[in-house]
Design a protein around this ligand. Structure first.
Ligand SMILES: NC(=O)c1ccc[n+]([C@@H]2O[C@H](COP(=O)([O-])OP(=O)(O)OC[C@H]3O[C@@H](n4cnc5c(N)ncnc54)[C@H](O)[C@@H]3O)[C@@H](O)[C@H]2O)c1
Length: 382
C-alpha cells in the first residue's frame, strides 16, 4: 500500500465511539495513512465500526501489540487516554490521541518523555488549527496584517450539556468543565498564532451548584452536583508580549462575543469557532471596515459534517496525516504531544489560578508549530 512520498502508516483505532466515525470517514482523503483495524472495550462497538468502514475488529491488547500496526489512534474517553497511549508507546507504537493528552499535565509529561525516550512520534488533537480558517489566520499573522500582536479576546460560552446529553454529569467533574473540555481548541489556536504562554491569572466560579438534566433519557428530571468551575475568566500572557482574555463558560444562555479576536499595532484579526476547520476570517487594517474571507473554498474548509446535513468543516485526521509525513521527513509533527502538553499545562495553571487567586507561571514552553502552507497542505491528500 505504498503511496507517494513514502510508506503508509498503518493505524489501529482504540475507542470506537462517537468521534471515531469522523476519523474513519476522513482517513481515505489523505496519503501516507491507512486505518486498518479497530478495538474497543465494548466489542460490539468495534465490530460495528469495522463493518461500517471495512476494518478488522480486534481485541484491544492484540491490536496494540499487532505486528502490522504502526500507530495507535487513541479515541477513548479522557480518563483512559493516559493508559491507552502509554501502553501503545510501551509496545513501540507511534500514538495520536484525542484531546486532552491526559487529564493532568503530569500524565502529559510522562507521555511526552516516554515517546521521546523510545524515538516514537506522539501527536494529539485538536488539529483544527491546520484547517482552512487556521491557515488563513496564520498567514495573516505571518505577513504582518495586524503588526505586533498586543491584546485580544477569546470566548467559549454556552449553556452546557444537560439539555442534549442524557448522562452529562461527567462533563462537570474535575478533568472536564468548559476549560478542560473546550479549552484545547481555543488555546491551541492561540498558541499557533501567538506562540507559547508564560503566565496566567484567573477567576473561576460556578453559576449553579447542581444542574437539572432536561435531555430525554432515564435520568431526565434528576439533578447532579457540579464538581468543577463552570465559568472561568483568565488572563493569558504570551511570551511574545501579547495578553489575551479567555473566558470559558457553561453558564451563558446567549452572547455576542466572537470566538477569537486579536489586536495588534497595525490592525485586528477575527477568527471563527476554532472547534471547526473552516469559517469566516476577518481582518481590519488600522480601523478600516472588516475585510471578510470565507475559507469554505480553501482546502479543508468546505462544509462536510455532519454527513446527513452538513453545516461545518470537519477534517479530523489532518493532524495525523501531517504526523505521518513528519515521520518520513524526520521533523516534529505540527499537532504534537509537546503542543498538547503546553496547552494542558496552561489549562491546569488557569484552574489553579482560579482556586488560589495567585498568578501561575507555566512550567514548560513549546515552539510555535511551523506554518502549514497551502502547497504542503495539498500534498497531504491522497
Ligand atoms: N464526540 C465528539 O463530538 C468529540 C469531538 C471532539 C473530540 N472528542 C474527544 O474524543 C474522545 C472520545 O469521545 P467520544 O465522544 O467518541 O466518546 P464515546 O464515549 O462516544 O466513545 C469512547 C469509546 O471508547 C471506549 N473506551 C473507553 N475506555 C476504553 C479503554 N480503556 N480501552 C478501549 N476502549 C475504551 C468506550 O467503550 C467508547 O466506545 C474524547 O477524548 C473526547 O474529548 C469528542
Amino acid at each position: 500500500m505504498a503511496q507517494k512520498n513514502g510508506a503508509t502508516l498503518r493505524i489501529g483505532v482504540v475507542g470506537c465511539g462517537n468521534i471515531s466515525t469522523a476519523y474513519m470517514r476522513n482517513a481515505p482523503l489523505f496519503g501516507n495513512v491507512a486505518i486498518t483495524a479497530c478495538a474497543d472495550l465494548d466489542t460490539k462497538a468495534a465490530e460495528r465500526r469495522a463493518a461500517e468502514f471495512g476494518l478488522r475488529a480486534m481485541d484491544v491488547d492484540a491490536l496494540i501489540d499487532g505486528e502490522d500496526i504502526d500507530l495507535i489512534l487513541n479515541l477513548t474517553i479522557p480518563a483512559a487516554h493516559f493508559d491507552v497511549s502509554m501502553r501503545a508507546l510501551s509496545a513501540g507504537k507511534h500514538v495520536f490521541t484525542e484531546k486532552p493528552l491526559g487529564v493532568t499535565a503530569d500524565e502529559g509529561r510522562k507521555l511526552v518523555s516516554a515517546a521521546a525516550a523510545r524515538g516514537l512520534s506522539l501527536g494529539s488533537a485538536p488539529d483544527t488549527f491546520l484547517g482552512a480558517a487556521g491557515r488563513h489566520a496564520r498567514r495573516q499573522m505571518e505577513t504582518g496584517a495586524i503588526g505586533k500582536p498586543v491584546t485580544g479576546t477569546a470566548f467559549m460560552m454556552g449553556r452546557g450539556m444537560e439539555h442534549w446529553h442524557p448522562d452529562p454529569s461527567f462533563y462537570y467533574q474535575p478533568g472536564a468543565g468548559p476549560m478542560m473540555d473546550m479549552g484545547p481548541y481555543y488555546l491551541t489556536m492561540l498558541v499557533n498564532l501567538l506562540g507559547p504562554v508564560r503566565r496566567v491569572q484567573a477567576v473561576a466560579t460556578s453559576g449553579q451548584e447542581e444542574r437539572l438534566i432536561t435531555a430525554d433519557g432515564p435520568k431526565k428530571g434528576t439533578t447532579f452536583k457540579v464538581g468543577t468551575p463552570t465559568s472561568v475568566l483568565s488572563l493569558l500572557e504570551f511570551e511574545c508580549g501579547a495578553s489575551i482574555t479567555f473566558g470559558a463558560s457553561w453558564d451563558v444562555f446567549r452572547h455576542s462575543n466572537h470566538p477569537i479576536e486579536l489586536h495588534g499595532t497595525e490592525g485586528s484579526l477575527r477568527l471563527p469557532d476554532p472547534d471547526n476547520f473552516g469559517g469566516v476570517v476577518a481582518v481590519s487594517s488600522r480601523g478600516a471596515p472588516w475585510r471578510e474571507t470565507d475559507t469554505a473554498r480553501d482546502l479543508f474548509g468546505a462544509v462536510n459534517w455532519p454527513v446527513a446535513a452538513p453545516d461545518r468543516a470537519n477534517y479530523r485526521m489532518l493532524g495525523l496525516a501531517d504526523l505521518a509525513r513528519s515521520i518520513i521527513e524526520a521533523r516534529p509533527p505540527r499537532a504534537s504531544g509537546d503542543l498538547a502538553l503546553h496547552v494542558l499545562e496552561i489549562m491546569e495553571a488557569v484552574l489553579r489560578a482560579g482556586e488560589t487567586g495567585a498568578a501561575q507561571t507555566i512550567p514548560g514552553t513549546v515552539a510555535q508549530p511551523k506554518e502549514l502552507r497551502e502547497e504542503e497542505a495539498a500534498s497531504l491528500l491522497t
